[in-house]
Design a protein around this ligand. Structure first.
Ligand code: RIB
Ligand code: CA
Length: 279
């Protein structure tokens, strides 16, 4: 019998991060050891509150720890135009029903990786600040990391600047640490996540489940759809973050290509761009 893959989700909920939390907790192919949060779609306070509220609405009980408020270099970013003022607008969510871990994100990741009897897969779906800080402060734990499967970057154009995708743009130095780490990396960039669309047909299937959680998900995705239409002119919103996890659940869901990836750190117009050597 194949044991579930132990995972840690590092996120900035955010609507698509919220879907990744649900997938991580529900899919039997993975074992969600914990959730860590990073400033990105909203402030650290907002995204942490949102992670706890998603756990409450779905009955998820795992350790949740707050991570980095600022990127390794520069100042924190936010994306209210996409995720709203709360960073998770569009649905009535319950208040958190358990306390935040007293550990920092890096401390929780180190604890969970140390204690796990198998190698752990890290699933970052926001800026890579926490992951970079973990790799820098715990070189002794690199050998216990199976994969880092992250949502970020693009083989084509960006979405936050013409050449940079938001997660990488928000902390390019952290992305550089991860990309240079030598660990097994799987990058789910916009080129693949823009194929994972919350179409009306998908929302109808979820709505037909007729549970409180299903209706909450549909409400969140309908909000996400309005902002993606307004900002990007995309009628169906790409649900980016679950793709990084779906690949770990079933590697056949996407075509994986081995390629060197670097991040631009100094370009006046291209900072945060991922340079992927695919020919
Ligand atoms: O560019 C898409 C990424 O930025 C997603 O992770 C979304 O949640 C935002 O963080
Ligand atoms: Ca995200």
């Amino acid at each position: 019998m194949t044991l579930p893959t132990p995972i840690i989700l590092d996120c900035d909920p955010g609507h698509d991060d919220a879907m990744a939390i649900l997938l991580a907790a529900a899919n039997p192919a993975v074992e969600l050891l914990g959730i860590t949060t990073v400033s990105g779609n909203g402030s650290l306070e907002k995204v942490t509150y949102n992670a706890l509220r998603m756990c409450a609405v779905a009955g998820i009980v795992v350790p949740v720890a707050k991570g980095a408020n600022d990127p390794l270099a520069g100042k924190a970013s936010a994306a209210p135009s996409i995720h709203g003022a709360s960073a998770l607008d569009g649905a009535e969510l319950p208040e958190p029903n358990f306390e935040l871990s007293p550990l920092t994100a890096v401390e929780l990741i180190a604890k969970l990786v140390t204690e796990c009897d198998r190698k752990v897969t890290l699933i970052p779906t926001g800026p890579l600040t926490n992951i970079a800080m973990f790799l820098q402060t715990h070189p002794e734990l690199h050998s216990k990391i199976e994969h880092i499967s992250f949502m970020g970057g693009s083989t084509e154009r960006g979405n936050w600047t013409p050449y940079a995708e938001f997660n990488i743009w928000a902390d390019p130095e952290a992305a550089d640490v991860v990309l240079r780490s030598g660990l097994p990396l799987i990058m789910s960039g916009l080129n693949v996540t823009h194929q994972a669309l919350a179409t009306p047909e998908v929302l109808d299937r979820i709505s037909a489940l007729d549970t409180n959680l299903a209706h909450t998900v549909v409400d969140l995705m309908k909000f996400f759809a309005t902002t993606y239409q307004d900002v990007f002119g995309m009628p169906d919103p790409p649900v980016h973050d679950p793709v990084a996890l779906a690949i770990i659940i079933d590697m056949s869901v996407a075509k994986l290509v081995s390629a060197p990836v670097a991040v631009e750190l100094t370009g006046l117009l291209t900072r945060g761009a991922t340079v992927v050597e695919i020919y």
